[in-house]
Write a protein that binds this ligand. Structure first.
Ligand SMILES: [Zn+2]
Length: 303
């Protein structure tokens, strides 16, 4: 036992020395490597640099995305794949553009086509006068007269959705969706134009169709000047109807389809002449809305 004890004792010392040595060597290592904590902070800087780099890259990606989106939108518009609409007009109802009196522009709009004879006659008059207008078309008429709609699109006019059947009655969500979605689809299949402009038949806002248009971010385009051409007034009366409510930023409602439109066709050259004499310039609905957006942005920035 004694022997064992004497043997154990040096072992205890040895363990103690080893422990001491280990502690010392750690201390020496700490002393010899005063940069240990610096290395740690260098690592932090590296992480920070990485973060800065990451944020920078993210910003560049965001910038690139924005540029791509803008050019995509421009390209889409140029290709006629869709109309660029400022956010303020998506799902909004528009009766006219809020423009300063100095901006003497007016938008001619034609509903219920395409229609045999009268659509082509309206297109001829617009072409002679170098005017671009906006046509709110009925899906089933597009199906019946696709060549006429192709001409509308090819000649640079804007095309809007005026439902498939031109029904006035109250519709459930599914029927309302069909009226709009199916019409947008046939316009796209026929012309390559994906429209985001909608005009409710009869200007009816409460039968479920306008609600679907609003929910799916169409601009709901009404009018400020009604020719009342659908009630077949005498030509001078029709012209008078247009000018009674005409104003800068206004939207004129006429019809190239849905019935006998010979009076509209007769009145149109005089309507154009009179607007020009008053100093007006003709714009499409997207052009009109872009003008309003620019003016409103300037006003907002001044505040
Ligand atoms: Zn209509």
């Amino acid at each position: 036992m004694e022997q064992n004890k004497s043997l154990l004792w040096p072992q205890g010392i040895l363990i103690a020395l080893l422990a001491l040595g280990a502690t010392l060597s750690v201390a020496v290592m700490m002393l010899l490597r005063p940069n240990a904590s610096e290395a740690q902070s260098n690592q932090n800087i590296d992480i920070n640099n990485n973060l800065v780099a990451k944020v920078g890259t993210q910003k560049r990606i965001e910038g690139l995305k924005a540029t791509m989106l803008t050019s995509w939108q421009q390209e889409a518009q140029a290709k006629g794949l869709g109309y660029t609409l400022a956010k303020r007009f998506q799902g909004a109802t528009i009766k006219e553009a809020k423009l300063s009196q100095a901006q003497k522009v007016i938008a001619l709009t034609f509903d219920d086509g395409p229609w045999p004879e009268s659509t082509a006659q309206v297109l001829d008059i617009l072409k002679q006068n170098n005017i671009k207008a906006t046509f709110f078309v009925v899906g089933q008429n597009v199906k019946n007269f696709p060549e006429l709609l192709k001409r509308v699109g090819a000649e640079g006019h804007v095309i809007g959705n005026h439902t498939w059947h031109h029904w006035y009655h109250v519709m459930n969500q599914q029927a309302a969706a069909y009226e709009i979605d199916h019409t947008t689809e046939i316009i796209y299949q026929t012309t390559g134009i994906k429209t985001n402009l909608f005009r409710p038949p009869g200007g009816i806002m409460h039968n479920g169709v306008a609600a679907h248009a609003r929910n799916t971010k169409y601009a709901i385009v009404m009018w400020s000047s009604d020719s009342v051409d659908y009630s077949l007034p005498a030509v001078p009366k029709l012209i008078d109807n247009v000018f009674r409510q005409a104003k800068p930023g206004g939207i004129v409602l006429m019809h190239d389809g849905g019935g006998n439109r010979s009076r509209t066709v007769q009145a149109l050259p005089e309507i154009i002449n009179r607007f020009r004499k008053q100093g007006y310039r003709f714009v499409t609905i997207p052009e009109l809305l872009e003008m309003e957006d620019k003016e409103q942005t300037v006003i907002a920035n001044k505040k």
